[in-house]
Design a protein around this ligand. Sequence first.
Ligand code: FAD
Length: 389
Amino acid sequence: MDHVVVVGAGLAGVRSIEALRSRGFTGRITLIGEEHHRPYDRPPLSKAVLLGDADSTVVDSDLDAMDVRLCLGTAAKGLRDGVLETTEGELEYDGLVIATGATPVRLRGEGHQHVLRTIDDALALRERLVPGARVAVVGAGWIGAEVATAAAKAGCAVTVVEAGESPLAAAIGPAVGCHTIGWYARAGVELRLGAMVGTVDADGLTLMSGARVPADVVVSGVGVRPSVHWLKGSAVRLDNGVLVDEHLRTSLPNVVAVGDCANWWSRRFGARLRVEHWDTALQAPDTAAATLLGEEAVYDPVPYFWSEQFDHMLQFAGHPTPDDRMLLRGDPRADGKWAVCWLTPEDRLAAVFTVDRPRDVVQGRRLVEGGRRLDPRRVADAAVPLRDC
Ligand code: FAD
């Protein structure tokens, strides 16, 4: 293999290059990125960058030292066997890494709406977060909650409009998300649950009910779609992202996919997973690089992510299913430190969600990996370390 092309200059793209080089690949590497920026980290965009504590989040990786040809401001347009079509012409490859991430969903309407995916998005939004500005955030998911946190800290009058019955309902279910409702009022943020947005207008939002939410700034945080439109019509099979096996191989030879755009087969959970979180973009590329170089490697993690909102650290590890039962550890009203464990019908830990209980997530992730049976009564006792349950 002489030439590997990596499409997508985000974290998964740059980590793929590091993994290829550290595994001894000495051939040519070309990195194609649609944005005009060198690869950077996205988690700080809705945290330190919005809060004004950082202006740049460029990934600490020396592409020059790794002898990478970097093509920024260049988008992939199509793929044939061995040939990548880009906005700057065609490129032949022997191996290809697809790492094109995801793109925010936009709401209907003529009014201006901010989204938060790129450093340019973050800097543009930060400028608008001034004291007294009326900010309407659509969606109380991970991004919406973090934007609301930053906007409230900046002195804005913040309203969050959420279609579900609680914040984070789509991600962790309303029975868990409901415990975060009080955080909004305490931060001075108005939370409107069960409210569907119809359109974004010049002066705010119109809800499906006809009610209006006046706003100077509208931020849409209603999710993302895998950025795979450029692969339509190619031999790469798509279904909720790029379909890959447990080795992260696509349906086209010598083509792998990683990060937010990859929908992989998890041996551990017997299910397809597409995880839009940082740890996946960080870890999966090592398996993808090994696969590309003809080595035997399987990607089979217990997914992990975190979120920082309303002065709380939220962490999650695992993959719960509807058959699992939930056990609460600690009292969300009492000291603010609590966790939820999902136990399988056989009392094995399927997933753990923690609020300001970092030890639970570390120990819980190991327990999900190990798969041993737990004592549910001890799991429900917040005083017992999870590893001793
Ligand atoms: P991306 O980072 O999206 O990189 C993909 C790159 O490919 C982009 O630069 C894009 O422009 C480029 N691209 C797309 N299409 C093309 C094309 N056709 N041709 C060329 N280039 C293309 N995760 C957590 O676990 N915890 C957090 O707290 C957290 N906070 C986040 C906050 C924000 C604001 C955002 C946006 C994400 C956050 N995440 C968080 C998620 C995490 O950042 C992503 O999972 C991670 O960035 C995915 O990396 P990636 O390389 O797969 O995709």
